[in-house]
Design a protein. Structure first.
Length: 297
């Protein structure tokens, strides 16, 4: 028997369960719904495919729908752009080793990105790779979030830091929202390469050690971070809000530069300027390193 695509099956079932039938535009049929969401035949009707075809797809069978059918199913399930991209990734892969889409080589930051990080010295910046690994951080990024380069290499991961480091929980005013977004970003990443062993190990570790991560992982929601804001309560400069934008270098889709800025003339900008002055004195990194000692051991 051909192997099934379990990630695809799980994603479709959970997406279907989260649909609101009253907003789907279906005529009422008088039947009592025993479970939330749409029925399989309703998704098939909305997508313009047979119920049997959709059922086999939701079972993770090895089917390759046309782009038009994938778009129709995504529309029927109310998926956003990240959800549709995730669906396309899952349909284009299997749970077998032959489905691997990317090499497992260690990622390297090219010299030009390091120079760019140095040039952004007044603004916090991080370079993230596959599975949210933190590949590089500039001086302000280390001062605002954490000095990832002082951590053991296996711990230099944004999602791991978010869930397993107490400093992260106290730093984010809206920690639950930010942590959930990290889970959904990691879910999106898994869809791109479901056989990556390092990602599988990371997910297993986080599910074992964080109840919140395990709960949100089970929901199989996906999110692709391109921009947004974060509210912080920094131990040195107090409350501030930062906006972030992401940039993906041409020819390197697995690497993303995150740049964090603040509104000119705002209290957050003044806090950022104070942090910049504080770190320039050379005391910041050392104090931050000592304050993290308990959580790193």
């Amino acid at each position: 028997m051909a192997p099934t695509n379990r990630e695809l099956a799980d994603f479709l079932r959970r997406a279907r369960s989260q649909c609101d039938p009253s907003r789907a535009g279906l005529p009422p049929d008088g039947r009592v719904r025993r479970v939330p969401g749409l029925r399989r035949e309703e998704v098939a009707l909305l997508a313009g495919v047979s119920t049997d075809y959709y059922a086999r797809l939701e079972q993770g069978r090895r089917i390759t729908p046309s782009p038009a059918v994938i778009e129709a199913i995504g529309r029927a399930l109310g998926l956003d752009a990240a959800g549709r991209a995730h669906l396309e990734d899952l349909i284009g892969t299997t749970s077998t080793p032959g489905g691997r889409r990317r090499p497992a080589a260690v990622q390297r930051v090219r010299p030009g990105l390091y120079q760019l990080l140095d040039a952004l010295d007044g603004e916090p910046a991080l370079v993230l790779g596959r599975r949210t690994d933190v590949l590089a951080v500039n001086r302000m990024g280390a001062a605002l979030f954490a000095d990832f380069e002082r951590m053991p290499p296996a711990h230099r991961n944004y999602a791991r830091w978010m869930f397993l480091d107490e400093d992260a929980r106290s730093l984010f005013v809206d920690w639950a929202d930010q942590a959930r977004a990290a889970v959904e970003s990691l879910r999106f990443e898994v869809g791109r390469d479901p056989d990556d062993r390092a990602t599988t190990a990371l997910v297993a570790e986080l599910r074992d050690h964080s109840r919140e991560f395990d709960q949100w992982w089970e929901q199989h929601r996906v999110h692709q971070r391109t921009h947004g804001s974060k509210r912080l309560r920094h131990p040195i400069v107090g409350d501030l809000t930062v906006e972030y934008e992401t940039l993906t270098p041409p020819g390197d889709p697995d690497t993303t530069l995150f740049v964090y800025t603040t509104e000119a003339g705002s209290p957050s900008r003044r806090a950022m300027d104070i942090l910049a002055s504080w770190t320039a004195a050379g005391a910041g990194a050392e104090v931050q390193h000592r304050s993290r000692g308990a959580s790193d051991r």
